[in-house]
Design a protein. Structure first.
Lengths: 70, 509
């Protein structure tokens, strides 16, 4: 099980992978928007998105959980 | 027994190092014997070894737990100090310290690089008066390191623990390579932490290789095996001269890595979209020549040595793929040391700029982002080596300054045609200037108004306007970047200047 966390504070701009989707290492799961930039948050290993902890428009702090990959 | 037989027998015993059980324990951990490490490190083993017989009268302390000598790496003489962890866990006695001091002083005298192969439990408490406090005590090792710094390259390969005071050997090196699982650095062990401050923590969590290379930044390069660490050190040294008096060696040029995409295709037009800066770097440098420093730390900034047409260059590049390429405290810190490293050894600098600025917010202000940013600006500003800034996309705010902006005496600032240089991006600027007006407008009017103002702002910071004002020296086709850099670096090569006259600056640390 891998926890994906926000690399920096920002808003959730786009959900790329939904619950149940397969992801591979390095693939984007969500994209944040911060400092006017798109900040892709990617998976570190292969797996299935078990749980998404955020919705588009949510504010997240650095280190907040974004998704759980299994 | 003849004299010769005695010599051979004694030498043979010393060469074996410590007891078999310690060799076996090391093998289980994937650790090589110190003499095997040196054989792999040098072109053809050590050329000369000094104080091989140190403490031979003790009987059970071969070479007093450290091997010191000189060997060749890529034909260049290099001094070495290598702990033997099969001898009292590589701990330091009086002669161990003296041997380390002498090889450092040899490096200073000959002005050749020095490599520290560290695998040591620290001081021998039983010998403390002889080895700890005095003029030739362990403190002098660090004093010597500080004196050597910037004069000759200093590398630390960390194969085991580097505890308490010993942890300062890596700290004063130009670069620290750590073997995951075995290497560690800490001032107080987990056992001591539990006793003194009541913290329960594992060695890996507190001072392991991964922690230091990803979080603390005390480690620079994380590797899986000792062989990998040695290969890295040999490759890394290729980019450096023997000392600060010379330029780095030049090798045969190689073509760039074959790619389906050109630089113009790699960089997205949309300023806010992410892309991988490493793909652009690949299209500028000789294939396979990038040696990243602090690859796992503060990844929003790439720092690495590479070759362009066979010549060493130090690259500082924003990575839009990570945290938008925004500069943070750690990335500023990472840049500051890397720039110092390159400037010390006459390695030209290349800044690849695509930066939205320094991070803002409470968290980074509390971390002292202004102070850390000042370190980066200070090192960059003081660097007198050939220095080129390429504005790949955006250079906003103090980000422009930190990435060798025009005011910091780069030899040239060249921009791609879609580059933007400004105090802030169009979105932020329109918000800042017209916040009150935007708030008063109705929903329908709002977006049109914002669009209109953003377009006007974009026109205002148009790159041709900046070229017209001679803020930048040239605008080039992105696919011509390598060609342009080759010519410019060759022309700037003999640049030789002193930054300013003084004892030294008062550095913002």
């Amino acid at each position: 099980m891998e926890k994906i966390v926000a690399s920096m504070a920002g808003n959730v701009w786009k959900i790329v992978k939904n619950e149940g989707d397969a992801v591979s290492s390095g693939e984007d799961v969500v994209i944040l928007e911060s400092m006017k930039m798109e900040i892709p948050i990617s998976a570190e290993g292969d797996g299935i998105v078990k749980e998404l902890k955020v919705a588009e428009g949510d504010f997240v702090n650095e280190g907040d959980e974004i998704a759980i990959i299994e | 027994m003849s004299f010769i037989e005695e010599l051979e027998q004694r030498a043979e015993t010393i060469k074996q190092g410590g007891k078999d059980k310690y060799h076996e324990a090391n093998t289980k951990k994937g650790k090589l014997f110190v003499r095997k490490r040196l054989e792999l490190l040098f072109d053809r083993d050590m050329e000369i070894e000094d104080a091989f017989f140190a403490n031979c009268m003790a009987g059970d302390l071969p070479s007093d737990g450290v091997v010191t000598g000189i060997g060749k790496i890529n034909g260049q003489n290099v001094c070495v100090m290598a702990n033997d962890s099969t001898v009292k866990a590589g701990s330091w006695g009086k002669r161990t310290v003296e041997k380390i001091l002498r090889i450092q002083e040899t490096a200073l005298k000959l002005e050749i690089p020095i490599i520290y192969l560290v695998d040591s439990a620290g001081a021998r408490i039983t010998d403390q008066i002889e080895m700890f406090p005095g003029r030739r005590g362990a403190g002098r090792i660090f004093h010597n390191q500080i004196k050597l710094s910037g004069r000759v390259p200093q590398i630390c390969l960390l194969f085991g623990p580097s505890a308490a005071g010993g942890a300062y050997i890596p700290a004063f090196c130009d670069i620290v390579v750590m073997v995951e699982g075995n290497a560690s650095m800490y001032l107080g062990s987990p056992r001591m932490a539990e006793k003194v401050i009541g913290e329960k923590v594992t060695l890996e969590e507190m001072g392991g290789a991964r922690m230091h290379c990803t979080i603390s930044g005390v480690g620079d390069v994380l590797v899986k095996t000792e062989e990998e660490a040695i290969t890295y050190a040999r490759k890394y040294l290729n980019y450096f001269p023997a000392n600060f008096r010379y330029n780095p060696p030049v090798t045969d040029p190689l073509d760039v890595k074959a790619s389906e995409k050109t630089i113009a295709e790699i960089v997205p037009e949309n300023q806010n979209a992410a892309f991988n800066m490493l793909d652009l770097i690949d299209q500028v440098i000789d294939e396979g020549s990038l040696v990243e420093v602090k690859k796992e730390f503060a990844k929003e900034l790439i720092t690495g040595l590479a070759r362009i047409n066979g010549r060493s260059v130090g690259i500082i590049a924003n990575q839009p793929r990570v945290k938008g390429g925004v500069l943070f405290t750690d990335s500023a810190d990472k840049a500051a040391k890397f720039i110092q490293l390159c400037n010390a050894f006459n390695i030209p600098l290349l800044f690849l700029t695509d930066v939205p600025g320094f991070m803002i917010g409470t968290k980074v202000e509390r971390e002292g982002i202004i102070r850390h940013g000042a370190k980066m600006l200070s090192s960059m500003s003081e660097a007198t080596v050939p220095k080129i800034s390429v504005i790949v996309r955006k250079a906003y705010g103090a980000g422009l300054y930190a990435m060798a902006g025009p005011a910091f005496e780069p030899d040239s600032v060249i921009a791609f045609p879609n580059a933007q240089i400004a105090v802030m991006g169009p979105e932020a600027a329109v918000n800042a200037v017209h916040a009150n007006k935007i708030a008063q407008l109705s929903e329908e009017e709002r977006s049109a108004f914002i669009q209109e103002k953003q377009d006007a702002y974009r026109e205002e910071i148009d790159i041709y306007r900046l070229a017209s004002e001679m803020v930048i020296d040239d605008i080039i086709h992105p696919d011509r970047l390598r060609e342009e850099l080759i010519k410019r670096y060759e022309i700037y090569e003999d640049k030789n200047l002193t930054f300013t006259e003084r004892k030294h600056g008062v550095y913002p640390v």
